[in-house]
Design a protein around this ligand. Sequence first.
Ligand code: GLA
Length: 583
Amino acid sequence: MVKTITQNISLALLIAFCLVLSGCGRTHDKSFLNTAAYPEYAYLALTPPMGWNSWNFFAKDINEVNIKATADAMAASGMRDAGYEYLVLDDAWMAPKRDENGALQADPNKFPKGMKEVGDYIHSKGLKFGIYEDRAYRTCQSLPGSFEHEQIDMATFAAWGVDYIKLDSCSAEGNGRLSSEDYGIYRECIEDTGRDMVLSISDFGNAAWVWGGKESSQLWRTGWDIRSWMDSVYNCAECSGGSHRSHPAFNGLWQFAGPGYWNDPDMLQVGNFKIKDETVRASANKAHFGLWCILAAPLMAGNNLPTMTDTVRDILNAPEVVAVNQDARGVQGYKVFVDGKLEIYNKPLADGTTAVLLLNKGRETADITVTWEMIGLSGKQPVRDLWGRKDLGKFANAFTAKALGQHGNMMLKIGKKGKPLPTPAPMPLEKYTITRQGVTSLSDLYYAYRDYSVPVYNKTFEGNPIIINGKTFEKGFGCKSKAAFMFAGTERGDHLIGTVALDVSYQGDNQGRFRIFHEDYFGNRVLWDSGQMTKDTPAKEIDIELKDYNCLMLTFDGRNIETGKRANDVLGVFADPRVIADD
Ligand code: GLA
């Protein structure tokens, strides 16, 4: 995972060179990519995938007419030439039943000529064809899913000329497979078809970066579905670039992305905001797009292309902003400054310069200053405005963006060409992975994934000492329902021990349940289950053998004792959960 910048760039160049020699990677020898630093299928997406997806604007309302009009508009608007290559049909393209051979078929009302014809049309426009499926029996819209039809569905897609598959996870808990197994099966079936297809993990941000998504897939969601308002956009951005999904010590998920594997904060809503004020709306569109570019996020537009305004088109096509996203070095940007609603992100580029986003998420107009110290520079440095496409001059030690209003932002390129600037050191593996000899207390590690409420280290959720039956525990986690957090692991035989109880300060009547999972919720692989506990239930001891696990997720859920409904007020403690190595 840790690779030097020069290795990084020279390998990216080597890959690009090989792709050119081999005619865009259809039949070339992929074995040279089998290095420790790069996943096997990295060549499928050396830079973040770019395209358009039907869901954010059309939802279920897709058909031959609006899809073909979108393909036309992708070509005519300059988007294709700006790099948007995949046209992806999301959920609800398929008929409610498979054909007599068990194959998926197009909804005959929406796509009367079938999907191959749609794919051919998309290809005829110089674009690539993407399609949606779900890894359960049914999709999120209750249409036929691919579970137990993996081989035939991937073969069908290949026959239709599909180049990109978004594979969703609704109902996948019923599969009895870990997510890593599931996506691995699809990758093998794709491989069997002999056709290159990008695999996009759509799983509401359930830790693919921890459980090894990059072995099979090129991008994975980092959060819940994006909506067409800015709170949702900022929330999705925080999953990938902030601490909504990982311990704050990681400073976002930047270290889990690189050429061939990308954190996906979800598809773009640029052009979909219903903000009345035109200036604020334009700022919002730019803030959203700028964030996705600095975060090296996949750029899947989600607006109505045939009717988009020139302003929206120019934002999506802004060549110098898109170039930041597509930079060959593939570093995901990270925060270097936060002051309330004011943020600065930095993304060191392949050419030795660095891209910087200055963003005002608040309502109050503000100045934001980036100092050269924040971004690893010094002295006088040239500054270029990437939205305005103009040089702003040379500045000593700092640059100030003045009077940024709500969602106001500047995207800059700073510095001179030359040796690539260093990134911060990534979090070392041993700080979030159970790799140690002897005893590893989980609260000595950083969780690499979480959802819902934030667990408190070595204290109860309310900040008091962890005490069970009069004994004080120095280590452990205080949780408030609902909580879920994950640590990476190694595949060795170990024991997990620890104690759980509801927090003594919790005097309510609701129930709490502690569970330990191997991997995420979808795998449904529960290693230990406390059952429902009330404030009167004696503490329970965890003592389990761990075999072949690659990560552990600790969860705590509260339920109303009478209705069985979720209760968010229950407090519980994991007292010193620790892994004991067998050797
Ligand atoms: C899920 C996904 C969305 C979209 C819908 C379609 O919610 O996260 O991106 O694909 O399903 O039903």
